[in-house]
Write a protein that binds this ligand. Structure first.
Ligand SMILES: Cc1cc2nc3c(=O)[nH]c(=O)nc-3n(C[C@H](O)[C@H](O)[C@H](O)COP(=O)(O)O)c2cc1C
Length: 350
């Protein structure tokens, strides 16, 4: 049980600029992880194992990518009781991202809008941080939490050369990942989402699958590959993506990233900011994409459902839509770390 109720910390954090609050929280996690102070946010991990893509997930709740872009806080986040966490998106070279301000809270809608633009310290720093994490050594007899490493492209790399960036990142993270996520769905890197179209995705995943085979031979382990997609896709586009994923032997899909739609936040302060909208307003579109993916992929193909989970009931709805496990990001900002065991308990055995 956490010693510091999030209800006490939240008003202070919400009085700050959203990105400042985020940076302060991550600095705090980085400083306190692996120390007795971690009891302020630690929770016992709910034991509810499920096997997907050949991996045993200790429970069904994960942290979505983008909260810890540089993999600085893996152990602190692991202490919150997640069954798996995803860090990144990492790009080959460091880059500053877009101009600030670039992250906004919409509290009336339980939402965020961000246009960070893959601000990160680059692949070398990311891998060094991942290697420093101790979570695999401190689990005792329990199944270790799983670590997903999420990869993307630099803003300065032309979209025609995007494959080079993904391959560089894949090579770099492969030895350290339980799974690798290929992010082709951030709305904040120009043209990234065009990689989701039939021909572009076919070409990208073909090259990535080929490189993975080389890595399997060289390193003697097969790391599952997941592809993360947007909610702003129609049923035909989802069906095309599903076919391409299967064609190239991808191991799973993560649905979804943030949305470009703004109807749910029209008229709210910050409702017109550009970027990706997350939290409650993306839930319906994410659930629709999950359901369409499940229909197109059939049973047995792993789907990680993400988007708009702020309660146990939201997570249950995501599983009912067809997801095997779920991830959260914005819910953590509004509900705090207590949401993790709450959702994990509710999904136990689901
Ligand atoms: C501030 C912020 C930054 C994000 N950065 C990334 C990222 O770098 N890579 C990625 O794949 N998804 C990123 N996401 C998307 C989330 O992982 C998630 O897919 C999306 O927010 C929907 O889930 P949620 O409603 O629980 O937040 C980001 C989301 C937010 C709010």
């Amino acid at each position: 049980m956490s010693l510091l109720p999030y209800a006490l910390a939240r008003p202070f954090l919400f009085s700050l600029d959203a990105e400042q609050a985020h940076d302060l929280t991550l600095d705090g996690l980085a400083r306190t992880q692996n120390t007795p102070l971690a009891c302020a946010y630690a929770a016992r991990r709910v034991d509810d194992p499920i096997t997907l893509a050949g991996l045993t997930f200790p429970n069904k709740v994960g942290l979505a990518a983008g909260l810890d872009k540089n993999a600085r806080c893996i152990d602190g986040l692991a202490a919150m009781g997640f069954g798996f966490i995803e860090v990144g998106t990492v790009t080959p070279k460091p880059q500053p991202g877009n101009a600030k301000p670039r992250m906004f809270r919409l509290p009336q809608a339980h939402a965020l809008i961000n246009r960070l633009g893959f601000n990160n310290d680059g692949l070398d720093a990311f891998v060094a941080n991942v290697q420093r994490a101790r979570f695999r050594k401190t689990v005792g007899g329990a199944a270790p939490m799983l670590l997903g490493l999420n990869i993307g492209k630099n803003a300065a790399t032309p979209i025609e050369r995007a494959i080079d960036d993904y391959l560089l990142c894949l090579e770099g993270v492969y030895p350290h990942a339980d799974f690798v996520t290929i992010n082709v769905s951030s709305p904040n890197t120009a043209n990234l989402r065009t990689l989701q179209s039939d021909e572009a995705l076919d070409h990208l995943l073909g090259r990535i699958a080929q490189r993975r085979e080389a890595l399997v031979s060289a390193q003697g382990k097969r790391v599952p590959l997941f592809v993360k997609i947007a909610p702003d896709l129609d049923e035909t586009q989802v069906a095309v993506i599903a076919a391409v994923l299967k064609r190239h032997g991808m191991d799973g899909v993560i649905a979804t990233n943030t949305t470009l739609a703004r109807d749910a936040v029209a008229g709210l302060p910050h409702g017109k900011e550009s970027g990706g909208l997350s939290g409650a307003p993306v839930r319906e579109a994410s659930n629709r994409v999950v359901a369409q993916l499940r229909a197109a992929l059939g049973t047995g193909f792993p789907i990680i459902g993400v988007g708009g989970i702020l309660s146990a009931a939201d997570a249950q709805a995501k599983i009912e839509a067809g997801a095997d496990v779920v991830q959260i990001y914005t819910g953590l900002i509004y509900r705090g770390p207590a949401l993790v065991p709450e959702v994990a308990k509710a999904l136990k055995g689901a």
